[in-house]
Write a protein that binds this ligand. Sequence first.
Ligand SMILES: Nc1ncnc2c1ncn2[C@@H]1O[C@H](COP(=O)(O)OP(=O)(O)OP(=O)(O)O)[C@@H](O)[C@H]1O
Ligand SMILES: [Mg+2]
Length: 429
Amino acid sequence: MKQSKMKKIQSKSVDKTTRQIINNNSQMSSSVDYKMKSSGHNLKYNQSTQSVISESSIAKKGVIYEGSNTQVYRILIEGHFNYYALKISKVNMNKCTKEIYYLKQLRHPNIIELKHHYVIYDKTNDNRPMLYEIMPLMSCNLRSFLQQFYKHQNVQENTKVIDPKFINQAKQEKKAKQILFKLFIYQIVRAVSYLHHKNITHRDLNPRNVLIDVDSLSVQLCDFNSAKQLFTSIPSPNYIGERNYRAPELLLGSKLYNQQVDIWSLGCIIAECFLGKQLFNGTNTVETMADIIRLLGTPTLQEMKNLRSSILDLKMPEIPKFPMAKRFSEIENDQLVDLLEKIFVYDPNQRISAFDILLHPFFQELKQPNIKINSKSLPNLFNFTKEELQLNEYQTNKNRLIPNWFTEKQKRFEYLTTSMDDAKLLLNK
Ligand SMILES: Nc1ncnc2c1ncn2[C@@H]1O[C@H](COP(=O)(O)OP(=O)(O)OP(=O)(O)O)[C@@H](O)[C@H]1O
Ligand SMILES: [Mg+2]
């Protein structure tokens, strides 16, 4: 068989495998494994173009992250000027391919873009298939940003160090600090709202899965290994996501949860940005649940039912609700308190939606023209994609999402580009 033809077939077979795994979640069968093993050795494929990227064209320039199943490197690719991130994971039939399945269908300014992916067979490890994903390189994750912002210590090695002058200025000026974190949070919520409108739940929202570019202050969500399209009548595992960001329905054993589990995690991230430390700190499920009860009070029987908990007869001491305003008094922001009150609600269906968070007055400040943080301009927060603007909720609330000054600016820009095109046409005549 001609080599080019063979490569195409191999590339397709990996893609087919991905689809098969998603469609047939319960059958992580050895036939899938067999297909991957039988499809060749040490060749890399860019699946979108089906061209081969030679292994020698990639130079690893440093380790960003080293986990038990995953390594992330900073790399240079021959012929490209920018650095990229390369994530290498063991091909776990369920986990890794899931990330590919979702990232391939997501196009959003606040979600990391998967540039290329391919499978390599690790000769040194029993020809084990390894998944390679190439993505734009971001400076750090939100956790290491917060570590630098609040402590200036314990900064992960290989993390881009943020300009201490920028941090100091933002810390000293209360307004700058508030805008900075509002900005980060708004971008995360934009991504989550987009996901939820596509019926995708991330299920692992935590500061390590939020990537930040410290130069542009733009934020992108990563790590779609746990993402899932949830259907309320189909049970899903509840041992998912980082414990202290897990919604109470998950901690209490519900298997019939919905996308509102992401909103809870989002609330934990928002609180952490402003407090400088994790909101809930349990070292096991019971402790985390106890932390939640100390803030929200003991759930009533009705709330327990709404949480679809598997443990209805749980004996819990009667603890009253702790006032949210008191818990966040040091931040001195009523709108933040109001937003958190709407997020930290036991009943998932009473919890505010991601889209409604976008419209919450807490973010109004970001919609003013010419906002800056220590003379740094903000990234574009209103570049809603065509896909988003076609959604009913976005369309109906377009005027509330996109400020007037931005629409006017866009119109002027469109007029300018059309005029320039017209001028070019005239010149060419
Ligand atoms: N594009 C990127 N640019 C910069 N850093 C990145 C990028 N992608 C991932 N990282 C870093 O690598 C870390 C791990 O990546 P990711 O969350 O995607 O893997 P993971 O599936 O959580 O790994 P594990 O299964 O070991 O927990 C992130 O927390 C982040 O710090
Ligand atoms: Mg992660």
